[in-house]
Design a protein around this ligand. Structure first.
Ligand code: G3P
Ligand code: CA
Length: 388
């Protein structure tokens, strides 16, 4: 049985009312939405989750299909492309207790740390949620030290063009993101939403660097700790979300990896349940007592067969909706290797597949939104879907 992440890689409502008026008002020009009557309606605001357009397009680590992930350049591009929310960022702490935006504590693959001889002796092998991991870890660096590094493309083999931007941006802090959000909101004349994820909360708490209290403190400082604040917080560890729920009123989302995996906090506390248990009605009811949504892997929404092709949708969407939970699955990516086998095209390994076909299949399940590395494609797929 695995723990947490296992892959990266209700019935449909047809022509919806789903595309909330919000996107058409504020983002209509960006989207090129047809139908001006709808496009003139409501603007974005701080009306909480209900004010988000549906299906909601979440820029995964920014616009990470085009820029090194978790940089202000990636976040900015996601907004430029019309993303409704930006996943800014995955949050990990520094040695001196600051929250920074990196996908993982290990930063060998997303920064140029290996090119810094002064940090050569920081390279270590650690047990990270039961997995032996070698590299450089944010918790071994002060913020000042991390600020001397620059971000690089995480998957250059798949996305060689993105290496053009290696070295252009530093590692952002959560504080900087919260300020950036306000600046972008003012500049764009509409509310910018962010969707930070607390990474490995149990791992960091055991090291004296708890995440939840730090996240809550930052949200309070910026007056973004309310029920309608434009900040959704997510975590793969349900008890971390439960803990945060006692500290702030923000919308909260429990991430769910493969069905046979077990959240790491459950492993540490001896809770025997797996994700397969959590997606049953009783598990969903429990989650709904402290969270507003779930972020399942797409395979929990439509499983793939042994050949990687989509099968039939599960009952997850309708079961979650019955208990009032929204669903924001992850992660749509345009390139063939990340798509279900039936939506891959051509012989070039990393060419784009029939991603609009894949979006159509997933949107038809009734999901409330989706994380994507290419927000522009997601926004267009949404437009096609709601107008079909
Ligand atoms: O948070 C949604 C999605 O980002 C979860 O996976 O590994 O990309 O953080 P990961
Ligand atoms: Ca994430």
């Amino acid at each position: 049985m695995g723990t947490q992440k296992s892959n990266e890689g209700a019935s449909g409502t047809g022509r919806r009312a789903l595309l909330g008026a919000a996107v058409l008002g504020a983002g209509g020009a960006v989207l090129g939405v047809t139908g001006t009557a709808r496009a003139d309606s409501v603007r974005y605001g701080s009306g909480g989750l209900k004010s988000l357009p549906k299906p909601t397009i979440v820029g995964h680590r920014g616009a990470s299909g085009y820029r090194p992930e978790h940089t202000l350049g990636s976040y900015q591009l996601a907004l430029d492309m019309g993303a409704d929310i930006v996943e800014a960022g995955d949050l990990v702490p520094t040695k001196d207790g600051h929250l920074v935006c990196r996908h993982e504590p290990e930063i060998g693959g997303t920064t140029d740390v290996a090119d810094h001889p002064e940090f050569a002796d920081r390279k270590k092998t650690k047990q990270l949620d039961g997995v032996s991991t070698t590299g450089w870890f944010t918790e071994d660096f002060t913020l000042a030290e991390l600020k001397t590094l620059r971000a690089i493309e995480r998957i250059p083999a798949n996305r060689p063009h993105n290496t053009l931007y290696n070295g252009r941006w530093e590692i952002p802090t959560f504080e900087e993101v919260l300020t950036w959000q306000d600046r972008q909101t003012r500049a764009r004349g509409k509310q910018v939403w962010i969707y930070p994820e607390m990474k490995h909360p149990t791992y960091f708490r055991k090291q004296g660097l708890p995440l939840e209290e730090r996240v809550a403190k930052a949200l309070r400082k910026h007056r973004k700790d309310g029920r309608t604040s434009p900040v959704i917080i997510q975590s793969f560890e349900p008890t971390s979300i439960e803990r945060l729920n006692k500290l702030v009123d923000n919308p909260l989302v429990v991430l769910l990896s493969g069905a046979n995996t077990r959240p790491w906090d459950f492993v540490e506390t001896g809770d025997p349940r797996t994700v397969a248990d959590l997606v049953k009605p009783a598990g969903l009811r429990e989650i709904a007592s402290y969270a507003q949504g779930i972020g399942p892997t797409l395979d929990l929404v439509i499983p793939r067969d042994a050949g990687g092709r989509l099968t039939e949708p599960t009952a997850l969407v309708s079961d979650a909706h019955k208990v009032g939970l929204i669903l924001h699955p992850w992660t749509m990516r345009n390139e063939n290797p990340f798509l279900p086998a039936d939506f891959r095209k051509g012989t070039e390994a990393d060419a784009y597949g029939d991603v609009f076909g894949a979006y159509k299949a997933y949107f038809a399940t009734g999901i409330d939104g989706v994380f994507t590395d290419q927000p522009d494609t997601g926004v267009l797929a949404r437009e096609v879907f709601v107008n079909s």
